[in-house]
Design a protein around this ligand. Structure first.
Ligand SMILES: *Cc1c(COP(=O)(O)O)cnc(C)c1O
Length: 482
């Protein structure tokens, strides 16, 4: 055959992707390539670099949605080009957003009478927490100014089980964070201890529904009651912002009688993650205020060209709209009963794993209660004394079968405890739970045959001997902050 003089390897429509020169070159790291390549080659390179490192549904570390049905996925993909902020171009999306806020406000028993409830769309709970926190800060500031009092030393009170966003809030806005320590006996925010940390400069108290570290709920009703007495005694009016990143979509469906929301006097704002148990792909968060009067004017922009007065609040300007379609789809598709069924299954499977873990000789659960679809456990101290392995070894072992089950140390005061956490989301069945439990049992069997301690065991023992503290594994402890 005659050689052709064209260079097929250059990357044109006829080039086989894996016969191209690009596939022999390293991918760009520092500078943009001089020349274009075909979309097929570019697609392949980017796709191959982002091969899932685990199966997302075997990732029991994350709280964030990893399963939506085909219609939801189609709907969101079709909306991928829509910028939420272009309200004039897509006014119906702004209205849909307002409907989602109404639905959530009513799930949380909002007393607001207006047709459109007061809330905001966010990229996740982080932005939603920031907005709730800033609103509390500005309200406090306005009041202090009106009284001619200084406004330079604001603080807020939260348990040491806070999610990292509250550290960001404190640092970015320069608001002091006062932490109520968690202990093994006091596993959630202690209202009395929280009030001891309050003063005239406290902008709000932040209880958490679904503490990231432990899965537990702070008792908002008890806090509200104690705070009511405290405010009456001191003349302050310190409010509550509830960080309900997880609980905001669990409690209304599974514990409708538990009072943690706008039924309580001092709860003025609530934030949640639409992309956690709201069952939408990332990034989606929501914040709702009890009434428009609690949203400072300085934060809100009203638009009236939609046939209604719609209030817009946010840190970002442009943002994807697809998540709003995803959330509204889920509300319509599932309805109250559908959400309840999914959250119920997640809870039942969590309780099942929780009870099976309790039966395993090496382990003890951190709490007997399972109030959200996640829980943590640790190694029994008496077992740990003679064990040749740690939970970090178990994490690594499970990873070999594709599971991501994080081991990490608890926050300050109880940082000596290495724990392991499982978050059960939609997409995780009882059958999968049995596979996980079997893998854990098999791993324990193997570990018990070890003749010599593993490196993490040696490091942990050394640390206990030298400092009286357990080995802290930084790379892993970050997993808890997700
Ligand atoms: C996940 C979480 C956050 C942060 O939420 P994102 O949606 O990831 O931004 C804040 N607070 C708590 C309690 C969380 O669990």
């Amino acid at each position: 055959m005659k050689e052709c003089n064209c260079d097929l390897r250059d990357g044109d429509a006829k080039t086989a992707v894996f016969g191209s020169n690009e596939m022999l070159q390293p991918a760009p790291v520092d500078t943009i390539p001089m020349e274009p390549t075909t979309p097929q080659i570019a697609y392949q390179m980017v796709k191959d670099e982002t091969f899932a490192q685990t199966q997302p549904r075997l990732n029991l570390a994350t709280f964030v949605t990893t399963y939506m049905d085909d219609y939801a996925t189609k709907l969101m993909n079709e909306a991928i080009s829509i910028n939420y902020i272009d309200e004039t171009e897509y006014p119906r999306i702004a209205v849909m957003n307002a409907k989602c806020i109404n639905i959530m406000a009513n799930l949380w028993n909002s007393p607001e009478q207006a047709k459109w409830k007061t809330g905001a769309l966010a990229i996740g709970s982080s932005e939603a927490c920031m907005l709730g926190g800033v609103a509390a800060w500005l309200r406090w500031k306005d009041k202090r100014k009106a009284q001619g009092k200084p406004t330079d030393k604001p603080n807020f009170v939260i348990s040491s089980g806070f999610q990292v966003v509250w550290e960001k809030f404190a640092q970015l806005w320069q608001i002091e964070m006062r932490q109520v320590p968690l202990t093994l006996d006091k596993t959630t925010l202690d209202p009395e201890e929280a009030l001891k940390m309050c003063d005239e400069n406290t902008i709000c108290i932040v209880p958490i529904q679904g503490v990231t570290w432990t899965g537990l709920n702070d008792d908002v009703e008890a806090l509200d009651k104690a705070l009511d007495a405290y405010n009456a005694k001191t003349g302050y009016d310190i409010p509550i912002h509830v960080d309900a990143a997880t609980g905001g979509f669990i409690l209304p469906f599974l514990n409708p009688d538990t009072k943690w929301d706008f039924r309580l006097k001092w709860v003025l704002s609530i934030s949640t993650s639409g992309h956690k148990f709201g069952l939408v792909y990332p990034g989606l968060g929501w914040v709702v205020w009890k009434d428009k009067k609690y949203l400072p004017d300085a934060m809100s922009f009203s638009v009236n060209y939609l046939g209604a007065n719609i209030t817009q609040v946010g840190l970002n300007f442009s943002r994807p709209a697809a998540q709003i379609l995803g959330q509204y789809y889920q509300f319509i598709r599932l309805g109250f009963q559908g959400y309840k069924a999914i959250q119920y299954n997640s809870m039942e499977i969590t309780k099942y794993i929780h009870s099976e873990i309790a039966k395993m000789a090496p382990f003890v659960n951190y709490s007997d209660d399972v109030v959200n679809p996640l829980f943590i456990w640790y190694m029994k101290p008496e077992y740990a004394k003679n064990a040749k392995w740690t939970l970090y070894d178990l994490q690594a072992k499970l990873q070999q079968s594709g599971w991501m089950v994080p081991a990490y140390t608890l926050p300050e005061n109880i940082q000596n405890y290495v724990v392991m956490r499982v978050v059960v989301r939609q997409g995780f069945s009882r059958d999968m739970a049995d596979m996980l439990l079997n893998d854990i049992k098999n791993a324990i069997c193997e570990f018990e045959k070890l003749e010599y301690p593993t490196p993490t065991r040696i490091a942990q023992d050394k640390n206990i001997a030298v400092k009286g503290t357990v080995f802290t594994h930084n790379a892993h402890s970050n997993a808890a902050k997700k």
